[in-house]
Write a protein that binds this ligand. Structure first.
Ligand SMILES: *Cc1c(COP(=O)(O)O)cnc(C)c1O
Length: 406
């Protein structure tokens, strides 16, 4: 194909292929604009966004309230660094702590940074509060986890693509099977006082929207309390309305020692993440011991405050619960000859297929104007914006049914 017979999206994709690292394999869709649940590509084709940037777009694209908050702040001040305070910093931290029923917040930018923050804080808490001998702290994580891409975080990944070739790995982690409380107790017995924290996704997003067996989160909570270890809930993808509640831990009435938040916290506009916890725990940090140039910046806090205000109404959580029931009802009616299993909670689903790869299904869906993302091998994930309407959801389910038929 010569350059002049290529469409604009083909040219742009070829350019990306030639000049960007191949750390992703995007579907052949080049987006130019978006609003609410819909995106438009450079050729003017419209797609229903059923991925919502892995839940970073929980409130839809360019939600007017969020855009307005960002625009107002762009005209005032965007960055001061943490060398100075600004008018949104205190309110953002107080309001986020209140939303989570916690006391203190440490804002960062990406999810991985929130996880790194939690690892550092848990270790320091272990040494200074729990009395663990220097450099002996161990954090337990679970098989199939996804907590980000830094060298420390991938050290306890069980995904060979995420981990392989990036050693040497950071020590101080143990991994047990997700959902296996007996295995967790056995490792805790072995570690004794060296166990400082259990890091858990209340629902494993990247693994395929895997909901743990009933009682698992409550069991992790109990074990952590008994052993004097911190329960750290990574709600970066599961939190902020995605599962029908503000936090996915609420489904088991579990309150962790710390929440890790990100993705939707930035309203789809700026990267905003945070560790939210108690004074006893976040209080171990003293000036100079941790930080970030952009963490807690005015633009991030202004948008984050609007996100928190929107969540305080409960409207989005309720939409997720109600429309989530409709989604899962629709998915349950798909032909069992091609659909092996459906997982999920609220407006969030992982679907495993027989005889089709997740990629094949996503390509068929894209051709029908619906964007979704494959996860591992034969699975796809659906995570539409929480502003999606019932009619749009029904349309998406119809497209999925037709795509599977041929
Ligand atoms: C996306 C994600 C992260 C990492 O967030 P980034 O912003 O990509 O660094 C961490 N934990 C979970 C559960 C996630 O889904």
């Amino acid at each position: 194909m010569t350059i002049d017979t290529m469409t604009r999206s083909e040219r742009l994709r070829a350019q990306a292929e030639a000049h960007s690292a191949h750390n992703y394999k995007p579907l052949p869709v080049v987006i130019a604009e978006a609003e609410g649940s819909w995106v438009t590509d450079v050729e003017g084709r419209r797609y229903l966004d059923m991925l919502a940037a892995y839940s970073a777009i929980n409130f839809g694209h360019r939600h007017p309230r969020l855009v307005e908050a960002a625009r107002r702040q762009l005209d005032k001040v965007t960055l001061v660094s943490r060398a100075f305070d600004h008018e949104h910093f205190g309110p953002f931290c107080a309001e986020l702590a209140d939303l989570a029923g916690m006391e203190m917040v440490l804002p960062m930018n990406t999810g991985a940074e929130a996880v790194e923050t939690a690892i550092k804080v848990a270790r320091k808490w272990g040494y200074e509060v729990k009395g663990v001998p220097a450099d002996q702290a161990v954090i337990v994580a679970f098989g199939g986890n996804f907590h980000g891409r830094t060298t420390t975080i991938i050290s306890f990944s069980t995904d060979e693509d995420a981990r392989g070739g990036f050693g040497p790995y950071t020590p101080g982690f143990r991994v047990v099977d997700y959902g296996d409380l007996d295995a967790l107790a056995a490792v805790a017995d072995e570690l004794g006082d060296r166990l400082v924290a259990v890091l858990v996704e209340p629902v494993q997003g990247e693994a395929g929207v895997i909901v743990p067996p009933p009682g698992f989160l409550a069991g992790v909570r109990r074990l952590c309390s008994e052993r004097g270890a911190l329960m750290i809930a990574d709600e970066i993808q599961s939190g902020l309305g995605r599962t029908g509640t503000t936090f996915a831990c609420e489904h088991e009435n579990v309150v962790p020692d710390a929440y890790l938040l990100g993705k939707a916290l930035g309203g789809g506009i700026v990267p905003v993440s945070a560790m939210v916890s108690s004074r006893d725990i976040l209080g171990v940090l003293q000036p100079g011991q941790h930080g970030s140039t952009f963490g807690g910046n005015p633009l991030a806090c202004a948008v984050g405050r609007e996100v928190i205000a929107m969540l305080q109404t409960g409207e989005y959580q309720q939409r997720s619960a109600e429309l989530g029931a409709r989604l899962h009802q629709g998915l349950a009616a798909l032909p069992p000859t091609v659909v092996e299993r459906v997982h999920g909670r609220g407006l969030w689903a992982g679907i495993e297929f027989t005889g089709l790869t997740g990629r094949q299904v996503c390509e068929r869906l894209a051709a029908r104007g619906l964007l979704a993302k494959d996860t591992h091998g034969n699975a796809i994930r659906l995570a539409p914006p929480l502003v999606i309407t019932g009619e749009e959801l029904d349309w998406a389910l119809g497209q999925l049914r037709d795509a599977l038929a041929g």
